[in-house]
Design a protein around this ligand. Structure first.
Ligand code: ATP
Length: 207
């Protein structure tokens, strides 16, 4: 049945760790575009009184919930480290809720198109089907490593381990309808954002 409002034209913005997804999404926000960040939603879902808390408690027990009512992230990280099935159990709880909250946010959007920021978009068949275009934020792997080592105070090995759990640069670029090169000077990225904003506005209006 129709909800009375068609879902807005949707861009899926992705990129490897540290590629600059948030930085680029913020530039689109400056043009008034509604940005829906799946990481932020996942965080809210498992914050105190978050929608995922009852299901997390039921699946993992009281130990999974910290005294403040949020998911105990340290406890969960340790469990996932020692029990590979736990990650899938948590994802089975979170993923449908993330999707539901994204659709709620999209239905309330006021901009010509919306941007979903989805770090593992290329890895997820569901998301690829949901969006009208896939935009990849790209930079050399050395730059990703440098940025994340600096920002998160991690070793090169730790950053590489995260990168190995994601698709590689080539696979990600192969899935892209649009590529935003975010290397070096941010003014170069701003110019690409301006051009894509024009293009996507036109596509969304014609949709
Ligand atoms: P994550 O996958 O970890 O969420 P992300 O893809 O959202 O990361 P950002 O958080 O936007 O990436 O950027 C990673 C780091 O690199 C940040 O510290 C940011 O300030 C910096 N950064 C992003 N783009 C540039 C740029 N063009 N020049 C210099 N630094 C940048």
């Amino acid at each position: 049945m129709s909800s009375g409002r068609t879902s807005p034209y949707a861009i899926g913005l992705t990129g490897g760790i540290g590629s600059g997804k948030t930085t680029i999404a913020n530039l689109f926000q400056e043009y008034g575009i509604n940005v829906i960040d799946t990481d932020a939603i996942a965080h809210q879902l498992s914050a105190p009184n978050g929608l995922a808390i009852p299901a997390i408690r039921q699946e993992f027990g009281d130990a999974a919930i910290a005294p403040n009512g949020a998911m105990d992230r340290t406890w969960m990280r340790e469990l996932i480290f020692s029990d590979s099935g736990a990650k899938q159990k948590l994802e089975r709880i979170l993923h449908p809720l993330i999707r539901q909250e994204c659709e709620k946010a999209a239905a309330m959007a006021t901009s010509t198109y919306v941007i979903f920021v989805v770090p593992l978009l290329v890895e997820s068949g569901n998301w690829r089907e949901r969006v009208n275009r896939i935009a990849v934020v790209d930079c050399p792997e050395q730059t990703q490593i440098f940025r994340v080592m600096t920002r998160n105070n991690l070793s090169q090995e730790q950053v590489l381990a995260i990168m190995r759990a994601q698709v590689n640069r080539e696979q990600r670029l192969a899935a892209a309808d649009d590529i935003i090169r975010n290397e070096g000077d941010l003014s170069a990225a701003k110019k690409q954002v301006y051009e894509l904003h024009q293009q996507w506005t036109g596509l969304a209006k014609a949709h």
